[in-house]
Ligand binder design. Structure first.
Ligand SMILES: CC(C)(COP(=O)(O)OP(=O)(O)OC[C@H]1O[C@@H](n2cnc3c(N)ncnc32)[C@H](O)[C@@H]1OP(=O)(O)O)[C@@H](O)C(=O)NCCC(=O)NCCS
Length: 363
């Protein structure tokens, strides 16, 4: 097949006359994602993603489309990395499911990796979905596991074969879980009450809808920065990501401009005044879509006191009131992240599907 790989034309808005390539891009990502995940849970919204892809304040990107001989877009590729001191880049490639295995993905992958090498980036990181029933009936020798032994992907599926062919190693498996926002909240209420008793009066639960109040923004930023260093990352190399008040404010403004609503449940340590735990949930402008858990973290010296449980339960309870039309919250957690999975399972999250997280050192 004759292919032309070229930079994506990024329009001003999804209604602009030149938005066609962007809409095709989003359509291909969603079609492949649905086929691989077996669900529309992760469908992206063109207007929301456009704000993200136009925003280069803290992350840079190289975004391409592949056209066939007739000029039709048949595949897309996107690589993103931190602007400041990055060594790793996230690489996403998508084609129409019917065109899997025709060489389009391979060409896009090679082109993105060449670009990353030219820019001096050393590690490429990719993910691929595994359906909720994707491991059913498979014997151990048909599975591929990361070195942690936690979680698996089918060794012989199209994504695994693609990643292995391009020299990637499976560094981790993540579980995508959902929480039913319409279910009876009494478990959440009881669990929150018990957790507050264990934590004691030294810890103050807080909740806000973004923008973050000035009095909390520095402490919250310091806690968010720990997400890049404290979340179990298996065999994956992760760049430390710097967060300060300006980045927190910038993120909230960008989300608000796309109609995204985000709320934060947090815990303040009364003696020190520090924000020591937080949980973030967001939903796109269409409030009937699934909501997404962004980050959850307790500062290491405050773990084991039920603060993780407090921010989870408080965040979900307030979210039900703030966005009653959203059916579920989805979250991704590493299969070896026993503490986070334990908290989520206790409040009622259930597995939906998985992702293999793959990484490659670029020569
Ligand atoms: C996951 C995290 C938020 C949990 O916070 P926490 O305040 O320590 O959790 P809690 O005290 O509420 O723990 C509740 C339950 O989790 C489980 N748990 C906590 N720590 C655990 C551990 N080290 N190993 C296994 N299970 C653990 C237990 O079941 C615990 O209940 P128990 O005390 O009755 O045994 C915290 O470990 C953390 O910040 N980790 C790093 C960031 C991270 O991984 N975030 C998730 C990204 S997806």
């Amino acid at each position: 097949m004759t292919l032309t790989i070229e930079p994506l034309h990024i329009p001003e808005s999804v209604d602009a006359p030149d938005a066609g390539d962007w809409l095709a891009y989003v359509d291909i990502v969603n079609e492949m994602c649905r086929a691989d995940a077996g669900s529309d849970l992760f469908d992206g919204d063109a207007a929301t993603w456009l704000v993200g892809i136009r925003n280069r304040a803290y992350r840079d990107a190289h975004t391409v489309v592949a056209r066939d001989a007739a000029g039709t877009i048949v595949g897309i590729g996107n690589a993103t990395w931190e602007r400041d001191g990055a060594t790793t880049a996230n690489v996403d490639v998508a084609v129409r499911p019917s065109q899997r295995g025709t060489g389009i993905e391979d060409a896009i992958q090679r082109s993105l990796e060449a670009e990353l090498r030219a820019r001096g980036l050393r590690i490429a990181w990719s993910y691929a979905f595994v359906r909720g029933d994707g491991l059913d009936g498979l014997a151990e020798h048909e599975l591929l596991r990361p070195s942690s032994g936690r979680g698996a992907v089918p060794r012989d599926d199209v994504s695994a074969r693609f990643m292995l062919r391009h020299g990637y190693e499976l560094g981790q498996v993540e579980r995508a879980s959902t929480f039913d926002l319409r279910a009876d909240p009494s478990t959440l209420e009881r669990t929150l009450e018990a957790a507050l008793q264990v934590a004691g009066a030294g810890y103050e639960p807080l909740w806000w809808q973004t923008p973050t109040p000035d009095e909390h923004v520095d402490g919250y930023a310091a806690a968010v920065a720990r997400m890049s260093t404290d979340v179990p990352s298996g065999d994956l190399a992760v760049d430390e990501t710097a967060w300060d008040a300006a980045r927190i404010r910038h993120r909230a403004e960008a989300k608000a401009s796309a109609g995204v609503t985000m709320a934060v449940a947090a815990v303040r340590h009364r003696p020190s005044g520090r924000i020591v735990a937080f949980n973030e949930i967001q939903v796109v402008a269409d409030r009937t879509r699934p909501s997404e858990n962004i980050g959850t973290l307790v500062l290491s010296e405050h773990r084991g006191r039920r603060l993780g449980t407090i921010v989870k339960c408080l965040g979900l309870l307030r979210w039900r009131e703030l966005v009653p039309s959203s059916p579920v919250v989805q979250t991704f957690n590493a299969e070896e992240n026993a503490p986070m999975l334990a908290v989520n399972e206790a409040v009622g999250f259930a597995p939906a599907c998985w992702t293999g997280e793959w990484q490659k050192r670029l020569a």
